[in-house]
Design a protein around this ligand. Structure first.
Ligand code: MG
Length: 303
């Protein structure tokens, strides 16, 4: 029963998780929260991660009730993500792997999200909607997506925003400019409220996502949908996806914030699958990369 230790730190979350044969034994996490109105810069975020990572490692092992000897493999996020935070976490993973004489596995962060969603929900062959937040430049108190979700609950009026879907592609460009340029005027005249704008933003963007997910399911004859990524814990998105799935007699799978927001166990779980499939990352190929597309990974552990 291999146990895999996973390190995640590609953005403002740092997490260390332990997974053993489909069970999450530990998954402690810390978030680097910057003052309201500011985003998180790579250097400061890396400094935060370096400060807490060894405490998190101790915490994860203690919670799992394991020692270094019980760990069979060290998995870490190879990318995508912010350069400096990725490096600071990879350095620790590489060092631990050498100290403990364990194999190393560089994991694609996006694959980690998907494997975690599959593990937690038990979805067997889902169409996956992976929704990650644009979370670096908006007021971070406690997180922009959460703030928009809460304000949207009090919105009543739907303001028409740019809606761009072509086949399986969506475009979000123009939405922010629209809100800044046009809707600001509507706020001034009292035609709508900030709550209405948050409501409209969610309804519009989520409708685009639900539309392409349904199209993918129709093309593939899929009866399961799985939402992963940090925005996947938005209850309104889950509700809209649920409506679409019910109309297709399909089943929706989603997780809560413990598992859809970046965490160490998701890297451990993807690492566990890779470990079982015989994949290893040699030390001389254990660098990180800020750009690492999901489809660059050859998934040999699934049919
Ligand atoms: Mg993520």
């Amino acid at each position: 029963m291999p146990a895999v230790l996973g390190f995640e730190g590609s953005a403002n979350k740092i997490g260390v998780g332990v997974v053993r044969d489909g069970r999450v034994l530990a998954n402690p996490r810390r978030t680097y929260v910057t003052p309201p109105g500011t985003g998180f810069l790579p250097g400061d975020t890396a400094r935060h991660h370096r400060t807490v990572i060894l405490d998190l490692l101790q915490e994860a092992l203690a919670e799992a009730g394991l020692t270094s000897q019980d760990i069979d493999c060290i998995a870490f996020t190879k990318g995508p993500g912010m350069g400096a935070p990725l490096v600071s976490v990879a350095v620790v993973a590489r060092t631990i792997a050498q100290l403990w004489n364990k194999p190393l596995l560089g994991v694609n962060h996006c694959i980690g999200h998907i494997e975690m969603g599959r593990l937690i929900t038990g979805a067997t062959n889902p169409t996956v909607l992976y929704v990650s937040g644009g979370n670096t430049q908006i007021s971070n108190d406690p997180s922009p997506g959460y703030n928009i979700e809460q304000m949207a609950k009090r919105g009543k009026k739907l303001v028409e925003l740019p809606y761009t879907v072509k086949g399986m592609d969506v475009s979000f460009s123009g939405i922010l400019s629209f809100i800044e340029d046009v809707a600001q005027r509507m706020l001034a005249t009292g035609e709508c409220t900030p709550e209405d704008l948050c409501f409209s933003l969610q309804e519009t963007v989520f409708a685009m996502l639900v539309e392409i997910t349904e199209r993918a399911m129709a093309h593939c004859g899929s009866q399961e949908a799985l939402i992963v990524g940090g925005v996947g814990c938005n209850m309104r998105l889950q509700e809209m996806m649920e409506t679409m799935c019910q109309e297709r007699e399909a089943k929706l799978f989603a997780t809560d914030e413990r598992f859809c927001i970046d965490n160490g166990a998701m890297i451990a779980q993807a690492g566990w699958e890779m470990f079982q499939a015989g994949i290893r990352t040699p030390l001389n190929d254990s660098g990180v990369t800020q750009r690492y597309r999901t489809d660059e990974v050859e998934v040999t552990w699934r049919d």
